[in-house]
Design a protein around this ligand. Structure first.
Ligand SMILES: [Zn+2]
Length: 480
């Protein structure tokens, strides 16, 4: 029997507000332990929470960009549980009445468009952090993260494979980054994902018992964890067993999921409306002003690049995945309007350096390997025949190290392409004269030697000869 996987994802995205969700403490990551705390987020007696307007606005932005309905009235709820990093013994979240309902995320998988329905997006505060490995005999608690605002984005179980899940997550992260509400950094935990997975006989419409998998901190680990978990469940079910409803942890070192605890149910948390907070009311004017401020979203930009610039779907996807990359590309394109050529240089050369130097770890790339106008000038030099594509790679590397514009580098280093037939002809003659045996073999029918001659001429001209002319002259002189 063949099985299919049913996957739904819950994403926690940390919002880029300056302060926490219910107090004025800084929400910044990485400060010394317990320096971003106050009576509210330490849960001292008698304190009262005050919602952060900016966090609510960010939730509305995310909701509108995902096609959700924004609830005119939503409610804060207490989610009760005890843990040392949660001094209130409850987390302020939203339960029965979330701020965003419904919605759809569109994403590409191998250039095919897919859609995932969203159940809801709600606001909640983060817990603090327990540190177990700093001292041998004790655990420590850092409350800097306690009260930092999170968006929880819950999808319907519409995903059918690990690859789909990863593509959906990339698309969702891209949207949040375009909106500048979350930096999307998975390693630092500002974009985290839990997965609900079940398997069922292919073609069935019933849902199997699901397990929840946590602790996946990269796109790769999401895919690996889902692959592992699907295979594990298929093995259990096809062996006549039953999948246990539980929470499992992904162990990246062992490449396996392991049972963490039996799955908790909503009623275990004894949710109830937080009596310290009135209902959250969002009026139409506010929603409309947020709607008016939305940027062009990644899928809209992708479609425009295909429709208006004539880019292939794949190129458009790569160039629009990050807003700053798309901005950079369009800035270069304004100087030299050749969408495909400029796009290739951004995708191959610029993004390679961006990845190597890890310039994309933050929401915005602060320092580009080369200025967009310099990249445009480089492509213009190739198009004008001033330099060959091969020399352009050398020039690009030099642009990265020196920061100089390409025409200066080309002039200083004498890299202008040789298109003068007489001097190319002289180089061809010289190569043929130096290799009489190979010339004879070629003329006797060993045609693959042609590439050897091209290589020798290019070397003799230090890569500067126009390759098309080299080919033509060689064919003439070899009598091919
Ligand atoms: Zn505080």
């Amino acid at each position: 029997m063949s099985y299919e996987a049913v996957i739904g994802l819950e994403v926690h995205a940390q919002l880029l507000t300056r302060s926490k969700l219910f107090c004025a403490c800084s929400a910044e990551f990485g400060a010394p332990p317990n320096t971003h705390t106050c009576p509210v987020c330490m849960a001292l007696p008698g304190v009262l929470p005050v919602p952060n307007r900016r966090a609510v606005e960010f939730a509305i932005r995310a909701g509108l960009a995902s096609g959700c309905r924004i609830a005119p009235t939503s409610r804060w709820a207490r989610k009760n549980y005890f843990y040392p990093d949660l001094p209130k013994a409850y987390q302020i979240s939203q339960y029965e009445a979330p701020i965003c309902v419904g919605g759809t995320i569109r994403f590409l998988l191998d250039t095919e468009e897919k859609r995932v329905r969203l159940t809801r997006i709600h606001l909640e505060e983060d817990a603090g952090k327990n540190i177990h490995d700093a001292h041998a005999d004790s655990s420590l608690v850092d409350l800097n993260r306690a009260g930092v605002p999170l968006l929880e984005i819950v999808s319907e179980p519409d995903l059918r494979s690990p690859a789909e899940a990863a593509a959906y997550l990339r698309s969702l992260r891209s949207i949040l980054q375009y909106l500048e509400v979350c930096d999307g950094n998975m390693e630092e935990g500002s974009f985290r994902c839990d997965a609900n997975i079940s398997v069922r006989p292919a073609g069935s419409s019933e849902l199997g018992t699901r397990a929840e998998v946590k602790n996946m901190n990269s796109f790769r680990s999401v895919e690996r964890a889902l692959e592992y978990e699907i295979e594990r469940q298929i093995e259990v079910v096809s062996g006549g067993g039953r999948v246990v409803q539980e929470t499992r942890l992904w162990d990246a070192d062992r490449e396996a999921t392991r049972s963490m605890r039996s799955k908790e149910f909503a009623h275990d948390y004894r949710y109830f409306p937080d009596p310290d907070l009135p209902p959250l009311v969002v009026d139409e004017a506010w929603i409309e002003s947020v709607r008016a401020s939305l940027p062009e979203l990644p899928f809209e930009r992708r479609e425009r690049f295909v429709r208006v610039l004539g880019l292939p779907a794949y190129d458009a996807e790569v160039l629009t995945a990050r807003r700053d990359v798309a901005d950079y590309y369009e800035a270069a394109l304004r100087r030299h309007p050749d969408p495909k050529a400029v796009g290739n240089w951004v995708m191959d050369a610029v993004l390679r350096i961006v990845r190597e130097k890890k310039l994309d770890q933050r929401l915005r790339i602060e320092k580009w390997p080369v200025a967009p106008e310099h990249l445009a000038a480089l492509v213009a030099l190739i198009d004008a025949g001033t330099i060959s594509g091969k020399i352009a790679k050398t020039v690009f590397d030099e642009m990265v190290t020196s920061g100089s514009p390409p025409d200066v580098i080309v002039a200083e280093r004498g890299l202008v392409q040789v298109t003068d037939a007489a001097s190319i002809g002289a180089a061809v003659d010289q190569v043929l004269a130096a290799n009489p045996d190979k010339v004879a073999e070629y003329r006797a029918g060993k045609e693959k030697l042609f590439g050897f001659f091209v290589g020798q001429v290019m070397r003799a001209t230090e890569g500067k000869a126009n390759p098309k002319q080299v080919n033509e002259l060689l064919r003439q002189k070899l009598g091919g």
